[in-house]
Design a protein around this ligand. Sequence first.
Ligand code: DC
Length: 219
Amino acid sequence: MSTTVVAIDGPAGAGKSSVAALLARRLGFTHVNTGSLYRAVALAVRRAGAAIDPVEPAFLDTLRITFEGNRLLLDGRDPGEALRSAACAADASLVAKQPAVRSFLLPVQREIAASQWIVMEGRDIGTVVFPDALVKIFLTASSLVRAQRRMAQGEVPPGATLDEVRREIERRDLQDSTRAAAPLKAAPDAVTVDNSDLSLEETVETIAAIVEAKRSKEG
Ligand code: DC
């Protein structure tokens, strides 16, 4: 039984967010970025001055993360740009390896898909969160191309060189793919799309064609 989910997993900087947003608009689905959930946990920990590795179970109990459409709310408020900083990304990687944090976020993610068609992007959507997703895409690109994209987006510490950004991306890849809890890997039934040489539009076209083919086959 397939759910109403298109799962897009892959490493940092593969363009998941731009691709997922455009794909969702094209299909008329809601776009959900699950990286923002891990970033929100990290942000809440830092704001409270609480322990980050590991996060205390009692602290998780105090957290309220909800969605209004596809807008994430932390304790009822939109955390906005604070989630996008390089420091928050590094902190998110620390909390994402903790099984307690992952199980805390599992029902939050499943609940969003209960009532609507969604394009959900993350690292473990096709493997753990929605193993019965309608379509699973593993979106990737070379670390050099991903570093170039990060630089172009300005999502890097001030003064960082391309080589430093590339090494940081490879460090995070290693951390995300070797952790014990829900490591980053393609589901056996995922379609791998390497977009190193594809434009954003070409990537969206490629995935949209896969989704349309699957939907017409499912009737
Ligand atoms: O995609 P991002 O950079 O916003 O993700 C932030 C961190 O959260 C990153 O270290 C990977 C992790 N993550 C995860 O473990 N599982 C997900 N479904 C989404 C993100």
